[in-house]
Write a protein that binds this ligand. Structure first.
Ligand code: NAG
Ligand code: NAG
Ligand code: NAG
Ligand code: NAG
Ligand code: NAG
Ligand code: NAG
Ligand code: NAG
Ligand code: NAG
Ligand code: NAG
Ligand code: NAG
Ligand code: NAG
Ligand code: NAG
Length: 636
């Protein structure tokens, strides 16, 4: 910890701290303190948590990102070209790939999302073809390091010149082959009329809970390790879209993949919308999370705002979405849901109207009409839904019986200075910290983020500790705070435009990076406080703490984090009613230095778990170092 010791005088010098925790007089918590937030940021959905292996599977394009053949390449002497046929696969997927050759074995090859991992497991694939072909296709996985086919299957042609035909197959490689593989489809050109058209070429490995069109098991397991209580989706900026007419339209993310047009997301690529509304709800089901659903609020990121007298269709659209999710089968959209194979409705208790509507040119219209218009319409039909504003800048929570979503990306000193930030917020679980992260090193003059300066590539330990301090401040205000979610959640190490992120990954499912902040959240989330407990004359800085009782484990909990301490702190902790001989467990997270971070193959976080016994008068004594995060749990 030399970094902090060198000649600095401003540091707090506390060497001992007595904490006396009462056993009545606290506040109940929402029970949902820790959750996750997701949006598709440069392939964290497509090619990320969504398990599709084929990149650019349906040549989806728009005026913003025109359709492209990339990254497909030809096999043999096939000529590849994109075409908009007069009878496309679907109106949603108008562009297909024409593969032309006069003879020989030809075809197409796809490198996946920067690699395709090959294991001895079942891959399920499908592709659509149009054109005459009397033969069979070979679908295969090809290792381009060894130039070997590592698994293949013959798929008899059902192709016809008069209509698109889907071809489905399963493929189980004979041996594992790392990630430097391509997926290939080949055919005998001499048995065609000179070319075939292809579209929607898809390949999935086994998915989490074996759901069709499902999620990557390793990333879902990583999330499960956080024990998350809610999922905020589908954004984030990606919900908003940049310019008319493109924003995330829920109704274009449901049903068969061939009916999902995709759209140009905010993060510089065309989204497939393969990860759609139903997939998000299954994700909630699979990890036992409460959905916190965001609806589009009439504001594009590049500023156009829907005028008040034109807003109604978008409000209706949000109500239609709720009908689709919650309606019984006698409603129009409930019937649509049932027709897609989901007869049972889901429940939504939390809606967020838009995203960060205080930013750009959105603030004045949000304050004057946009938020209220959505809020009143939703609560008129669904009085029990907590409708949340996408910012805490306005007084909606106070004046409109609404919730609010506070975001903070900043530096570690600033997070720590905000320990008391929520002290004057209003009660009733109205405020969510829907996005937070320490993103840059401290600067001598203090202050917040410089968006023009570089951000950390991965969460750094000093940032992680400051986040813990901020979260402990939120937990102390547990009667006000709904929950908190780090953002962004995922980073595809082969294509990203935002750092730091909570979890990093690549095509290699054994190489996921669980960041330092992941470990902090895992610890905080694993020890849930049901009711906070008062502390006798608390004093903070450099030790920040919150105490409470857990109903599920019937235990007392003290969470603490130390920031900017010159000395090791000797802690003496008592819980009212806990006497000599009581057993406790102390878990302490530390890292080698403030700028330690986790990268592929390395984990710097040290997790020390020790058993403690209360001494005379029920005192638990232990030492904590600067930049440590700890939880003491004692059976009541
Ligand atoms: C409970 O909430 C009230 C009102 O916000 C606050 O004054 C009090 O300090 C809280 N109690 C605890 C134990 O945090
Ligand atoms: C197909 O149509 C889209 C518009 O829907 C257009 O942007 C694209 O250029 C067309 N592609 C071809 C190959 O004609
Ligand atoms: C193998 O795949 C990895 C991950 O996509 C990539 O970084 C690397 O360049 C590839 N190596 C070769 C030899 O293709
Ligand atoms: C694979 O093929 C490429 C291109 O033909 C060649 O450069 C490379 O040496 C081959 N690798 C092996 C392991 O045979
Ligand atoms: C070809 O079509 C037949 C009849 O529709 C169907 O049973 C078969 O599964 C199809 N084959 C493939 C590979 O999709
Ligand atoms: C995948 O990642 C693991 C863990 O880092 C590593 O041991 C393995 O070599 C990687 N596999 C490939 C094919 O790169
Ligand atoms: C496919 O077989 C049918 C019947 O034998 C024949 O009429 C047709 O010309 C063949 N088509 C191609 C493209 O070879
Ligand atoms: C893959 O296909 C098999 C049938 O061959 C099916 O049992 C399984 O559920 C499918 N898996 C996924 C993830 O779709
Ligand atoms: C989805 O809803 C939007 C807004 O109501 C509408 O503009 C669009 O046409 C709809 N898309 C489809 C495929 O119905
Ligand atoms: C931590 O210590 C540094 C160096 O004295 C000081 O600049 C900074 O304000 C302190 N941060 C906090 C949150 O106390
Ligand atoms: C985001 O994704 C698009 C499409 O794959 C790519 O062109 C762009 O370079 C990516 N941005 C970054 C920063 O990786
Ligand atoms: C710390 O270690 C304990 C005991 O091995 C384990 O149960 C817990 O999940 C770990 N916690 C973190 C945050 O790594």
């Amino acid at each position: 910890m030399d970094f902090f010791v060198l000649g600095l005088t401003a540091l707090a010098g506390v060497s001992a701290l007595d904490i006396k925790v009462a056993n009545t007089g606290g506040n109940a918590t929402s029970g949902k303190q820790y959750g996750i937030m997701f949006e598709d940021i440069n392939h964290s959905g497509d090619g990320g948590i969504y398990a599709e292996l084929i990149r650019n599977r349906a040549f989806q394009g728009s005026a913003v990102f025109p359709s492209t053949i990339e990254p497909w390449t030809s096999i043999g002497d096939a000529q590849l070209s994109l075409q908009n046929l007069s009878d496309p696969l679907s109106s949603a997927l108008p562009t297909s790939l024409n593969v032309a050759a006069s003879s020989g074995k030809v075809g197409i090859s796809n490198p996946g999302y920067w690699g395709i991992e090959v294991k001895v497991q079942q891959y399920n694939g499908s592709f659509w073809v149009k054109g005459n072909y009397n033969g069979s296709f070979t679908a295969s996985l090809y290792d381009y390091l060894s130039n070997e086919t590592v698994g293949s299957v013959e798929v008899p042609s059902n192709a016809s010149a008069s209509e698109w035909q889907e071809h489905s197959f399963t493929l189980t490689p004979e041996k594992a082959a790392g990630v430097n593989n391509t997926f290939q489809i080949t055919f005998d050109a001499s048995a065609t009329d000179g070319s075939l058209d292809f579209n929607l070429i898809s390949l999935f490995p086994p998915t989490y809970n074996n759901r069709p069109n499902g999620m990557r098991p390793d990333l879902m397991e990583a999330l499960k390790g956080l024990n998350p209580s809610f999922l905020r989706f589908p954004g984030g900026n990606n919900l908003e879209g940049n310019d008319p007419p493109y924003y995330l339209k829920w109704n274009e993310t449901i049903g068969p993949l061939k009916d999902r047009p995709g759209y140009p997301g905010t993060w510089s690529y065309e989204n497939t919308n393969g990860l759609g509304l139903v997939e998000y709800l299954h994700w909630c089901d699979d990890l036992g999370m409460e959905p916190v659903l965001a609806v589009w609020a009439g504001f594009y990121l590049d500023d156009p705002v829907i005028p008040e007298d034109e807003l109604q269709p978008y409000i209706d659209d949000a109500l239609n979405e709720l009908d689709f999710i919650m309606g019984d089968q006698n409603t129009n959209y409930g019937a649509l849901r049932a027709s897609l194979g989901y007869p049972d409705p889901w429940t939504i208790n939390y809606i967020e109207v838009g995203n960060e509507d205080n930013l750009g040119g959105g603030g004045s219209s949000y304050e004057s009409y946009r938020f209220q218009a959505f809020k009143y319409a939703i609560n008129e039909k669904y009085p029990d839904i907590l409708v949340m504003a996408s910012t805490a800048d306005f007084d909606f929570a106070e004046t409109e019986d609404a919730g609010e979503d506070y975001h903070q990306y900043t530096r570690s000193d600033y997070f720590v200075s905000q320990f008391n930030f929520f002290d004057n917020f209003i009660t009733g679980f109205k405020t969510m910290i829907g996005e937070y992260a320490a993103v840059q090193p401290n600067i001598p003059e203090g202050g917040g983020t410089d968006w023009n300066a570089a951000r950390w590539a991965f969460p750094m330990w000093i940032g992680t500790v400051s986040e813990a301090v901020f979260l402990i401040g939120a937990e102390r205000n547990a009667d006000k705070m709904f929950g908190a979610a780090y953002a962004p959640l995922f980073q595809n190490l082969d294509s990203y435009e935002w750092a730091p992120d909570l979890i990093s990954y690549s095509a290699n499912t054994s190489a996921d990076v669980l960041s330092t902040s992941y470990h902090m959240i895992q610890l905080m989330s694993a020890h849930r406080i049901s009711t906070t407990l008062p502390i006798d004359s608390p004093s903070f800085d450099p030790v920040y703490y919150v105490a409470g009782h857990s109903n599920s484990s019937d235990s007392y909990i003290l969470k603490s984090a130390i920031y900017n301490s010159t000395e090791t702190v000797s802690m003496s902790v008592t819980f009212d009613g806990v006497s000599e001989g009581a057993e406790g467990t102390l878990t302490v997270l530390t890292a080698p230095d403030p700028f330690s971070y986790n990268d592929v193959g390395s984990d710097v976080v040290k997790n020390t778990t020790i058993s403690l016994t209360a001494g005379s008068d029920g005192v638990f004594e232990f030492d904590l170092d600067d930049l440590s995060i700890s939880v003491l749990e004692v059976k009541a």
